[in-house]
Design a protein around this ligand. Structure first.
Ligand code: NDP
Ligand code: GDR
Length: 320
């Protein structure tokens, strides 16, 4: 029997890699897509004919019920969210609605229409926020530092509550930062890889950045979507941290990216207060032993390889 999956956030970075993975495993893939004035198809253009799109929005309960009815899913991956931390201070209410309440809307749709479907919630290392314990693991207390982080904590706990209240197979993947050439342009890795390529090609002459001291645990999105799938293939639903177990400063990221094209970052990077956040998550470093042991999940792409992959991809795109 062909398995059916519903992915929300199909047009985003993770949605595109997950759709590729599920299609390669023979799934029928349905993607929830919201209406935009111009279609956002860059990440999934190459597989759009293999996906069945369903119009809907996390804020519109009826559209989610409809999406679960049409797709009749074995597995639901809730990846949609307002996912940019910096924007969450500018639009805290909209972020709370999509990134927080949106999870309940999706869980309700599954509970009402197909409660036996397996559910994945895209939780985040941003829930750990202020450093309480390092490395951070499943039992580390949450202390979010942005409206986005707060909304994700709500999404996380509502997922746990649906599992415990209704006996639903609902998992929460606490994923640390993961990147790729399909990363949105405003996130720091892609902002850097795009700028390095532009500077190298003579299209830009400086890069304005925020806090260079923050530390992140960066992995490759293609590796991380495999963990999402593995979480839904177990006997029992549970929550897992997915990370690399390595942390690097933003300055190291910039250094690796510029030196990959033979440039010195100090000649181009300018710190601009505009990009400094009202509150910062200073250090993220994950311990994913549980996922290694229980899911058999392993990382394939390391930090330097990832940064170089992104710079090369932007160089190729901009050279065309
Ligand atoms: P993206 O920002 O690339 O994608 C977000 C997706 O959500 C887009 O498809 C967007 O659609 C969709 N979306 C936003 N609001 C709504 C809405 N109201 N209704 C329906 N769809 C909506 O995120 P990523 O792919 O990077 O991340 C996927 C998920 O994982 C997110 O929930 C994110 O918060 C979470 N996460 C990400 C991590 C990372 O490092 N990438 C780490 C941990 C968690 P549109 O194209 O129309 O804007
Ligand atoms: P993050 O990702 O907030 O960790 O959330 P982002 O790449 O935006 O920032 C990472 C760190 O870089 C610092 N920084 C800058 N960030 C941006 N975007 N632009 C800059 O110019 C800049 N200069 C310094 C930030 O202050 C921060 O410390 C991502 C998102 O994908 C979330 O959805 C996800 O949940 C978490 O990762 C895990």
């Amino acid at each position: 029997m062909t398995k059916q999956a519903l992915i929300t956030g199909i047009t985003g970075q993770d949605g595109s890699y997950l759709a590729e993975l599920l299609l390669s495993k023979g799934y029928k893939v349905f993607g929830l897509r919201r209406r935009t004035s111009m279609p956002i198809m860059e990440n999934i253009d190459h597989i759009k004919n293999e996906i069945e799109f369903i119009d809907g929005d996390l804020l519109d309960q009826g559209s989610l019920i409809n999406a679960v009815r049409i797709s009749n899913p074995d597995e639901v991956y809730n990846l949609a969210a307002q996912s940019f931390v910096a924007t969450s201070w500018i639009q805290p209410v909209a972020t709370g609605q999509a990134t927080g309440i949106g999870v309940t809307n999706m869980l309700e749709a599954v509970r009402l229409v197909k409660p036996e479907a397996r559910f994945y919630q895209a939780s985040s290392s941003e829930m750990f926020g202020k450093v309480v314990e390092t490395p951070q693991k499943e039992t580390t207390p949450f202390y979010p530092r942005s409206p986005y982080g707060v909304a994700k904590v709500y999404g996380h706990w509502i997922t746990v509550n649906y599992r415990e209240s209704y006996n639903m197979y609902a998992c929460s993947g606490i994923l640390f930062n993961h990147e790729s050439p399909r990363r949105g342009i405003e996130f720091v890795t892609r902002k850097v890889s795009d700028a390095v390529a532009r500077i190298k090609l003579g299209l830009q002459n400086e890069l304005r950045m925020g806090n260079l001291d923050a530390k992140r645990d960066w992995g490759f999105a293609g590796d991380y979507v495999k963990a999402m799938w593995l979480m839904l293939q177990q006997d029992k639903a549970d929550d897992y941290v997915i990370s690399t177990g390595e942390t690097h400063t933003i300055e190291e990221l910039v250094e690796v990216a510029f030196s990959h094209v033979g440039l010195n970052w100090r000649d181009y990077v300018v710190v601009d207060q505009k990009f400094v956040r009202p509150a910062e998550v200073d250090l993220l470093l994950g311990n994913c032993t549980k996922a290694n042991e229980k899911l058999g999940w392993e990382l394939e792409v390391g930090f330097e390889e990832l940064v170089k992959m992104m710079v090369d991809s932007d160089l190729e795109r901009l050279s065309k």
